[in-house]
Design a binder for this molecule. Structure first.
Ligand SMILES: [Zn+2]
Ligand SMILES: [Zn+2]
Length: 157
């Protein structure tokens, strides 16, 4: 494991947006779901979780995008790099408003982020092969997440 210098820093591709975290990531994972594929334009999304109150944007003003009533994403309005995802309602201890998921590729040292599971594996592309033995979860196997999305959709007019 690479050493974890605090604060942990990162930012977007063009340098307009910078952030820092005052504690190391608590966990991380890969999400293969269709939403993450579409929003990143990639095969999967790699995310590291930080406590929201230890994470701050220190340069520039990222743009907010709300893909659903229960999630917010921030990205650079100039270069388009996606920076963070955060749930707006408590779904679980990991998917909670007091946690922010940072896109690992935007970290200055992406190696500091631990990867501990695969999510959304029902949409994992056939040519994406991992031999890491990590837990694999389908989105529809997570009843708390399914309930959160269902209630957010019910609340939308
Ligand atoms: Zn940028
Ligand atoms: Zn996803």
């Amino acid at each position: 494991m690479a050493d974890r210098n605090i604060p942990i820093t990162g930012g977007c591709h063009c340098g307009a947006i910078r952030y820092e975290a005052s504690s190391p990531p608590t966990t991380g994972g890969l999400c293969h779901c269709r939403d993450c594929q579409r929003s990143t334009g990639s095969a999967f999304e790699a995310l590291a979780m930080f406590p929201q109150d230890e994470f701050v944007f220190i340069k520039g003003k990222p743009k907010l995008y709300r893909p659903s009533a229960i999630m917010e994403k921030y990205f650079c309005p100039n270069c388009g790099s996606q920076l963070t995802d955060r749930y707006l309602v408590p779904v679980s201890t990991e998917l909670h408003p007091n946690m922010v998921w940072v896109h690992i590729g935007t970290l200055d040292d992406p190696e500091i982020a631990p990867i501990e599971d695969h999510y959304g594996v029902e949409s994992q592309l056939s040519w994406v092969k991992f031999d890491d033995g990590l837990p694999r979860v389908r989105c529809d196997e997570d009843p708390e997440l399914a309930a959160a999305f269902a209630s957010s959709e019910a609340g939308e007019e």
